[in-house]
Write a protein that binds this ligand. Structure first.
Ligand code: SAM
Length: 230
């Protein structure tokens, strides 16, 4: 169960209506039952049900059951695409292990983006794959703004169709990285020119076919993990 509250020994954890409904009505747990809880920061904890009501409840954190396992220091920069496929990107990024999600508005980005929905989806994905860490989802920002504020110590693996080879990645530095994936319509000529001009950007091909953005995200994250991950 995800709770956005600090977890420490003896900590009382108040449940909201949805959480109480899930534990006491759906899962049919009662007083003294033990529940696994996590908040994406403090690892996974065992908590005992101290008070169970229809619309509320109190748990008491008892002991750490699994420490926080931090993901590799890899970020994913992506242009929002249609809702279901964007959810897919968030879900697979959590499963594959990323430390931060940065949605960006590019010239050909047409889809709306809801940070709160994406964050909720990241939490669900973490619950599903028993990850103790939940990557934060940034507010949507223009790609240019993100590039302007970028710390050049973190390299960007820029996936773009029409590029050749992965040689640059194979010889790349092991420092922190971010993967960059474009929207349905790809990157605009001026965006390509800008990215090509930046010394911390490494272009990469994911093969001779044009992948859908969600496939490209999974392929690029996997490529990075295989070459530079733990
Ligand atoms: N129209 C399709 C869609 O609806 O998803 C294709 C989208 S493709 C232009 C989206 C992004 O995926 C690109 O901006 C790029 O980041 C990445 N991508 C797709 N195919 C790729 C390839 N062969 N090599 C590298 N990146 C690729």
């Amino acid at each position: 169960l995800y709770l956005d509250q600090p977890l420490a020994p003896g900590q009382a954890l108040a449940l909201d209506e949805a959480q109480a409904n899930y534990l006491f009505n759906v899962m049919r747990l009662g007083k003294d039952a033990v529940v696994k809880v996590f908040n994406g920061r403090d690892g996974e904890w065992l908590a005992r049900v101290e008070h169970a009501a229809k619309r509320s409840g109190i748990l008491r954190a008892e002991a750490l059951s699994a420490p926080l396992v931090a993901p590799p220091d890899l970020w994913l920069i992506f242009a929002p695409i249609k809702k279901a496929r964007c959810d897919f990107i968030v879900e697979k990024a959590v499963e594959l292990g990323v430390a931060r999600l940065l949605p960006v508005q590019t010239r050909y980005t047409n889809e709306r983006f809801r940070e709160d929905k994406a964050q909720a989806h990241a939490i669900e994905a973490a619950e599903q794959c028993e990850a103790t860490f939940v990557p934060p989802v940034d507010d949507l920002r223009p790609l240019e703004r993100v590039l302007k504020d970028w710390d050049p110590a973190r390299r960007i693996l820029w996936a773009d169709e029409g590029l050749q080879g992965q040689a640059a990645l194979l010889q790349a530095s092991p420092g922190p990285w971010a993967v960059l994936i474009g929207p349905e319509g790809g990157f605009a000529p001026e965006e390509r020119e800008r990215l090509r001009s930046l010394p911390f950007v490494t272009p990469v091909s994911l093969g001779p076919r044009i992948l859908r953005a969600d496939t490209a995200a999974v392929a690029a994250l996997t490529l990075w993990q295989a070459n530079l991950g733990d």
